[in-house]
Design a protein around this ligand. Structure first.
Ligand code: GAL
Ligand code: ZN
Length: 705
């Protein structure tokens, strides 16, 4: 039963959390004291500790040393800095790996890893689970009751797979539970192909480069199993904490759209979702605005994975990364903008990796709040301190929610199956790019969007977009039909509706379960040469669209079976045939866009759709390209974030609204002005004090006393 985070994470007045990963184990007590004073200078009110401290907390088997940690916790407590208490399972001590070699992973080629790195543990190993449970229990017993401990931060960025015998055995058991019989498994994986039929469970091996890398059903199930094993491991970690602490909420930091593990399954088990955001700002190869919209997509995904509740930004860099090919520092203003962007999309915290830059190790050049030799005397520190002040003024919007009317499917099983297929265009699968294109079309109009998995309910939305929804799981077509009949607008793209949950092509071929809903049939797919464009010509029903539109890479040839044609191809041997259709069903419509359309078409189509569907935008008039508005709502109060992702000043018309700036930006009667990379938060309409609404958080202390 998830804990109601609104009761525990925030103070009665509400506050946005601000802090960092802090690794006191790397520093002496003198430095701790200096750090805490510096934290207070820049408005840090919470730090995550302990995630990589296992060697210091358990110096040898069952030899625990919490004395130094007690001191750190005490210092933080006296400074009124709260704590996200991490469990240390992400990296293990050398003695542990030496004594229990089974805890280390086995790679795809069957070779056991040596000690080293992090995320190098087998999730199945009973020895590892036992050792993790023991240290977690110790931590929970010692610190779980403290008011200062706001949250359990279990492990760090769960990821990775292991091919050891324990994992193989667990995989076979998982398959037995899923399929019941080998016969069912053989059918689901279509093992008749190349005579791969299994006659005994022991013959089933994980996919490996030197064994079976191409059985799609196996590949998919191995990824699902890896997620299931990760979730099971995490649950075991949480169960150990719960032996001594039943009230402190739990999170783990996930990695956005990372494809190695299905984050939706992890997030379903958490009290609050948190994630680590590392966009590549100022990336020369790409437009800043596209990086902004991509980052917005990641934040929205995390808010959606938490069921729409506020999430935590658990890590971000205050300045630079050090693990990309080229690592460009955030330019002046970018830190404030990117941090408030997270809050705008629903984060109730801004946290960094890390507080103080390490002197050694692989991340010694990674950005940190306190840099080598600079302490408080750096641009980074000053910008963090300024942001701390801004966040302190935004407390009233903690816990505020995000009203959303549009959703886009983003589903790990679908992505895994689609990306694994060997089909027409293996050079440019483009799943993420397709989602980004449709997301961007909504983003540029400041329309808030959820990113949803196939299991998610869709009833409340006005518009649902299904880009490359290659896999249709059981029950999804029925849910979609009800949604459309009830008045929703559902839009699929090319490449959708091919396979079932087991990655088997539908009997009846592409779109078989959706044929009636969509009122079309796909006949064949034209594969473009590189850069070959096929014109898209809107019909009269789309007369508002008048650009130079084209499809690239892939164009499906469609035959309508009752649907209305909204656009046709304008060149090639199929010129004049439909490429965009709409089928009115019940009170809604099911649309199909049969080609990989260039952004201009997607942008204009989505603008037209959102107008006809009356989708609420976060600002009442059009904003300049590159300026995005987002709103959060708390009781009767509406807070709008206006964010300028361009490098020039932008005037934002107020369009008759009464607004009050929460962060000192000057507002005239007509407009407000945003500096290059500028951002401001305004309260719109009711500008009085917020009501202590039911949603307002209660004091932490009440939950633990
Ligand atoms: C995260 C990780 C941190 C740190 C950071 C560097 O993925 O959780 O521990 O490595 O990356 O960007
Ligand atoms: Zn293993």
């Amino acid at each position: 039963m998830p804990i109601d985070i609104t009761r525990t994470l925030w103070s009665p007045q509400g506050r946005i959390l601000h802090g960092a990963d802090y690794c006191p184990e790397q520093w002496s007590p003198d430095v701790w004291r200096e750090d805490i004073a510096l934290m207070q200078q820049c408005g840090v009110n919470v730090v995550s500790i302990g995630m990589f401290a296992w060697s210091f907390l358990e110096t040898d088997d069952e030899k625990y040393d919490f004395g130094w940690f007690d001191e750190v916790v005490g210092l933080l407590t006296r400074a009124e800095i709260s704590i996200f208490m991490a469990t240390p399972s992400g990296a293990r001590p050398a003695w542990l790996a030496q004594r229990y070699p089974e805890v280390l992973r086995v790679n795809k080629n069957g070779q056991r890893n040596g000690f080293g790195f992090r995320h190098n543990h087998c999730m199945t190993s009973p020895q590892y689970r036992r050792k993790v449970a023991a240290i977690n229990e110790q931590l929970a017993r010692r610190y779980g009751h403290l008011d200062q401990v706001l949250l359990w931060h279990v492990s760090n960025e769960y990821c990775g797979e292991c091919f050891c015998d324990l994992c193989k055995a667990a995989f076979r058991e998982w398959l037995q539970r899923r399929y019941g019989s080998l016969e069912a498994l053989n059918k689901a994986w279509w093992t008749a192909f190349w005579s791969h039929v299994y006659t005994d469970w022991s013959q089933v091996e994980p996919p490996t480069p030197h064994g079976e890398p191409q059985l799609h059903g196996l590949n998919l199930d191995w990824k699902r199993f890896t997620t299931a094993q990760t979730v099971d491991f995490m649950q075991a970690e949480i169960a150990a904490l719960r032996l001594c602490d039943q009230t402190t909420p739990v999170t783990t930091n996930t990695m956005g759209i990372f494809d190695g593990v299905d984050s939706s399954k992890i997030c379903a088990e958490l009290d609050v979702v948190s994630w680590d955001a590392y966009p590549r700002w100022h990336d020369d190869a790409k437009d800043e605005v596209l990086v902004a919209s991509r980052t917005g997509f990641w934040h929205d995904l995390n808010r959606s994975l938490g069921g729409g509740k506020p999430f935590l930004l658990m890590e971000s860099t205050p300045s630079i990364l050090n693990w990309q090919e080229v690592n460009r520092p955030k330019q002046p203003g970018m830190h404030r903008l990117s941090s408030l962007q997270a809050v705008a999309h629903g984060a109730d915290s801004v946290q960094y990796f890390q507080w103080r830059a390490s002197r050694g190790g692989p991340e010694k050049f990674h950005g940190a709040v306190v840099n080598h030799g600079h302490t408080a005397n750096s641009r980074v520190f000053r910008e963090v301190a300024e942001l701390g002040q801004t966040l302190a003024g935004l407390g009233e919007l903690s816990g505020a929610t995000t009203p959303v009317e549009a959703a886009i499917y983003f589903d790990w099983d679908n992505r895994w199956a689609y990306e694994d297929n060997q089909s027409l265009r293996n050079d440019r699968k483009g799943y993420i790019e397709e989602i980004e294109t449709w997301y961007h079309a909504l983003w540029r109009q400041s329309i808030a969007t959820d990113l949803i998995v196939e299991e998610a309910p869709i009833d409340g939305y006005k518009l649902v977009i299904a880009p490359l929804l290659y896999m249709l799981k059981d029950g999804v077509a029925e849910r979609m039909t009800r949604f459309v009949e009830g008045g929703g607008c559902l839009l699929f793209t090319y490449g959708s509706g091919w396979v079932n949950d087991s990655d088997l092509i539908f009997e009846g071929g592409q779109l078989a379960p959706l044929r009636e809903l969509l009122g079309i049939r796909v006949l064949e797919t034209f594969v473009h040469r590189d850069h070959e464009r096929v014109a898209i010509v809107p019909e009269r029903a789309l007369s508002a669209l008048s650009g130079d539109y084209a499809s690239v890479d892939l164009s499906e040839l469609i035959e309508v079976e009752g649907a209305e044609v909204l656009a046709r191809y304008g060149s090639q041997y199929f010129s004049g045939t439909p490429c965009l259709t709409r089928n009115r069903v019940g009170r809604g419509a099911a649309m199909y866009s049969g080609c990989r359309a260039e952004a201009a078409f997607v942008n204009d189509l989505v603008a037209d759709l959102s107008e006809s569907l009356g989708l609420a935008t976060c600002w009442p008039c059009a904003l300049p390209e590159g300026v995005h508005a987002r709103q959060r709502v708390n009781g009767d109060h509406r807070y709008v974030f206006l964010m300028n992702f361009t490098h020039h000043t932008q005037a934002i018309p107020l369009a008759g609204q009464e607004v009050a700036s929460l962060d000192g930006v000057s507002v005239s009667d007509e407009s407000l002005s945003l500096k290059p990379l500028g951002v401001t938060v305004v309260k719109v309409g009711h500008t009085g004090e917020p009501k202590p609404a039911a949603a307002m958080p209660r004091p932490l202390v009440s939950t633990k006393s």
